[in-house]
Design a protein around this ligand. Sequence first.
Ligand SMILES: O=C(CO)[C@@H](O)[C@H](O)COP(=O)(O)O
Length: 238
Amino acid sequence: MPDERPVAIVAPSLLSCDFGNLGAEAKRMLAAGADWLHVDVMDGHFVDNLTLGPVVYQGLRRAVGDAVFLDCHFMTTAPSFWVEAFARVNGHSDQANMGCTFHYEVFGEDGLPLALELCRRIRALSARPAVAIRPSTPAQAVLPLLEEAAVDMVLVMTVEPGHGGQRFMPECLSKAVFLRERYPNLDIQVDGGITPETAKSAAQAGCNVLVSGSAIFGAGPNASQVIAALREAVERVH
Ligand SMILES: O=C(CO)[C@@H](O)[C@H](O)COP(=O)(O)O
């Protein structure tokens, strides 16, 4: 593996946490060794589930402090609107510790100028732009965004977005292989059915940012062991 491969990052998905104790759950994940916290923003339109909006996000930010990277995955039909709304609750200034991942499918091929505009806006907020692809979307679709260096990360979904606890789709990993061959420095994130076992094949395919919900939260007091095992899966192929 080339030395320039990006570092391992483990991001527990708060979708699987006890939302009645969101702040405490977030802090528990950080104490257990999480690098980022993955925040699934679902609008009930792009996916058939509804999670949290800017008000709850603001509470989460207050609970964990400004230094923690909140990796927001916008599963929404209007990502530009929600990115602005989330940034605004933090004073619309420096969002250096906010990741903004939008779905390619919202814009499609014809919407490339709008996707590029959103990426520029995310960078103007000092946040980190990323693009996600559903299982049916080919990796080639995001090449125009990568050629423009518009995004810092591609999220390869290994389940249909919308719900935690689904079966991992190994066939999606060929997209990570395709992207890693062309972009050795790119952060490639994988999300959906990630366990210490599936993380091995994800890491071998080139993924270095692992999102995991039910495997980590389902481990209860042993969450730190699962987080360590996920990190090790990536580091072993580094
Ligand atoms: O974005 C999503 C689901 O749409 C994910 O972040 C899930 O929350 C991952 O959960 P597990 O598959 O790991 O249980």
